[in-house]
Ligand binder design. Structure first.
Ligand SMILES: [Zn+2]
Length: 364
């Protein structure tokens, strides 16, 4: 039962009008699921938008996509997502998929393996905290990749996605040129666009009508094949239950500090103007396992933890105690566990000091 009017849905139009009226507010609105287009699709293409979220543009792009009945994949940068979690949530709530585009858009192939890990890992954490789900897709900046990067991606369960068609929107392409680039897409293919050019937002209605005229629909990118396919599973889960969160818990009983114990803690801080993430690695350098651990440290003044992972943090400023999660309560001798948190700061983004594990002072 094909219909050429599948993009015209009155209920959708009303929803978009409401959303448009609330632009600028945080997580403006939870909109209904996009209209299903499966019945009239003879193929799927992957629309992708990189480098966001972008205050002042992402919401416009989301409004344009929703009013056109299109879904897309957004490859977000960690450095943009961290200070704008509400835009990431709005993207997921609009039915879009969210992928990882590194923390700050470096030439990944020029980085060490450890730096690649930091770029990808911190961004995974930030996006997971915003949406409640870890991304499954990674797009390397500039499409530059190599075997080392692929192995790091694999450690995070990420599928690398490049593109078949480059819209050149990053290079000043006109709206009509962006529309023409989309007209070259065939079933399964992926197009590179960006989350900041105004010409791209302006192109969305014509992209939608062009795809519809060819019986193509905007699909999801399959993590297993890397190709555009019919959407399944409703995209990213709603942001109503971000995990993990900071919440005080009843501390478990602690083991006595074992004789000959030792520990080492390293911090990897990624900061932006008023916030930071810190990935901590706790290494048990002693001769016996540490169980039911608590790591204490002192945050620099002006820093307040807003969320954390793989431990609970209390209080959120000053002298902080991080208490193990259930699954990492034992650190074997010569083994490590990784935890982390996101925090706000007022100018001092330094790492914490004075680490102690179950009361035993740690080296760094
Ligand atoms: Zn990019």
């Amino acid at each position: 039962m094909p219909s050429i009017r599948r993009f015209t849905r009155p209920v959708l139009a009303v929803t978009v009008a409401v959303a448009a009226a609330t632009v600028g507010s945080a997580v403006a609105i939870t909109v209904a699921a996009p209209a299903s287009q499966a019945a009239t699709c003879n193929g799927y293409v992957g629309l992708t938008f990189d480098d966001g979220p972008t205050p002042g543009n992402t919401q416009n792009l989301l409004n344009a996509l929703r009013s056109a009945g299109l879904r897309a994949t957004f490859f977000d940068e960690g450095q943009n997502a961290a200070p704008n979690p509400s835009l990431v949530q709005a993207t997921a709530s609009a039915g879009m998929w969210i992928g990882n585009h590194s923390w700050d858009h470096p030439h990944m192939t020029q980085l060490s393996t450890a730096q690649m890990n930091t770029e990808i890992g911190n961004t995974q954490q930030t996006l997971q905290q915003a949406t409640g789900a870890a991304p499954k897709l990674f797009r390397p900046p500039y499409g530059e990749t190599n075997a080392t990067l692929k192995s790091v991606e694999a450690q995070y369960g990420l599928t690398e996605i490049i593109w078949d068609v480059d819209s050149q929107d990053w290079n000043g392409a006109s709206t009509s040129a962006i529309v023409q680039a989309n007209a070259r897409l065939t079933n399964g293919q992926i197009i590179l666009m960006h989350d900041w050019p105004a010409n791209t937002v302006a192109a969305i209605p014509q992209i939608a009508s062009g795809l519809a005229s060819r019986n193509l629909c905007a699909g999801m990118i399959s993590p297993s094949t890397g190709r555009a396919v019919a959407p399944t599973g409703g995209g990213n889960p709603p942001p109503s239950s971000p995990t993990p969160t900071v919440r005080p818990t009843t501390p478990p009983p602690t083991s006595p500090p074992p004789g000959g114990s030792g520990c080492r803690v390293t911090s990897t801080v990624s900061a932006w103007n008023n916030g930071l993430t810190n990935n901590l690695t706790i290494t048990n350098t002693g001769g016996s396992a540490v169980t039911n651990w608590r790591l204490t440290f002192t945050l620099p003044s002006g820093q307040t933890i807003t969320s954390g992972w793989s431990a609970t943090y209390s209080p959120t400023s000053g002298q902080v105690t991080a208490t193990n999660a259930g699954y990492n309560s034992t650190i074997a001798p010569n083994s490590s566990t990784a935890i982390g948190y996101q925090a706000t700061h007022t100018g001092n983004a330094a790492a914490p000091t004075g680490f102690a594990l179950n009361g035993v002072s740690c080296g760094s």
